[in-house]
Design a protein around this ligand. Structure first.
Ligand SMILES: [Zn+2]
Ligand SMILES: [Zn+2]
Length: 342
């Protein structure tokens, strides 16, 4: 049997659109030492491809991190495959709250050096000395208490569209940067209760160990991340303290938690929380665009990209105008808004 996808993207998306069955979007991760990540990866592909599983799965020596969609009629068979592997047997699975089943259109399983690219030298601190895991409801109850700080461990493009009330949301573009900024910002608050959170909990495993290593005394983390929080709060009938949308790493690019829109279109400034990638393939930058601007700019980020897309002529690197949601470029967003208001 082959071990990789062999069909092109357009056809795969077409097939997904024509599917007559339903899918569930799920995610799970686990830190667990694997002897042979490549072999494990191949076995998973072998098991999951025939079950029409789609998703993005990373396998590393240190474990697995998976975001997937599984067809409902194969779901029990899928769960059965998990029992075959020590690492997956009994693994907690998180289910998406807003789910049209169209989150992925193919199965990608990659072997990587690490599950989360943190740029840290693991040898320098104890990665198993993690913070205290709090359930969604416990985390919820701690927010807003005295001597407590809530810290968003995700990148800025994620926290921009949604975050917990009163959370510190550093302007970080990478996880590495995030760790540096947080340790710096909280330098004088090492005795406070720190509440960390991220999308599904995996980044907090590393972040909590890192902060403890840096001398923080009371480090806590949201178990299962925002995904699990949203589920628990819903079933407990509580008012979420997470405002806006949770950025997710699949075709949906976000699921709303409390229905509020807290961010703005990067081009015109109207309230909007829909991320998109610039339609000019030479650019492909991730940014927030409203439907009006999508029409006006033909799904591109700047007039330059509109031109490049329509003429097919690429510009030299130094002529490329900088636009986007990374820290170095963020000023460009308001510049474009100024231009619009003229
Ligand atoms: Zn707009
Ligand atoms: Zn562009």
């Amino acid at each position: 049997m082959f071990l990789y996808n062999r069909v092109n993207k357009v056809e795969l998306k077409q097939r997904l659109a024509e599917e007559t069955f339903k899918r569930k979007t799920i995610s799970f991760y686990k830190y667990h030492i694997l002897d042979d990540p490549q072999e494990f990866r191949n076995n998973l592909f072998h098991d999951w491809f025939p079950l029409d599983c789609f998703g993005r799965i990373y396998v590393a020596q240190e474990g697995i991190n998976a975001q997937m969609s599984v067809s409902e009629h194969h779901f029990d068979a899928f769960l059965k495959t998990l029992e075959k592997y020590e690492i997956l047997n009994g693994i907690p699975i998180k289910y998406a709250i807003e789910d049209d089943g169209k989150s992925f259109y193919k199965l990608t399983i990659k072997v990587r050096p690490k599950l989360v690219a943190d740029g840290l030298d693991d040898g320098t601190y104890d990665v198993t000395n993690v913070g205290k895991h709090l359930s969604g409801v416990d985390f919820h109850n701690q927010i807003g208490k005295e001597n407590t700080v809530v810290v968003d461990m995700r990148n800025y493009y994620e926290s921009e569209i949604g975050h917990f009330e009163g959370a510190i949301c550093p302007e970080a573009d990478t996880f590495r940067e995030e760790l540096e900024i947080v340790t710096d910002l909280l330098e004088d608050q090492k005795n406070k209760k720190v509440l960390l959170y991220c999308t599904g909990g995996i980044r907090c495993e590393k972040a909590s160990a890192y902060l403890k290593h840096k001398g923080f005394n009371d480090v806590n983390q949201l178990h299962g991340g925002i995904l699990e929080y949203a589920r628990q709060i819903k079933s407990a009938g509580l008012e979420p303290k997470f405002i806006g949308k949770n950025f997710v790493f699949d075709e949906r690019l976000g699921e709303s938690v409390n229905g509020e829109v807290i961010s703005k279109c990067h081009q015109c400034g109207t309230p909007c929380d829909s991320h998109t990638n610039c339609a000019n393939h030479g650019c492909h930058i991730l940014f927030i665009q409203c439907s009006e601007c999508a029409k006006k700019y033909l799904d591109c980020c700047t007039p330059e990209c509109v031109e490049e897309k329509s003429t097919g002529k690429g510009r030299k690197k130094e002529e490329r105008i900088v636009f986007g949601n990374s820290r170095a470029f963020r000023k460009s967003l308001s510049l474009l808004q100024l231009e619009n208001s003229k």
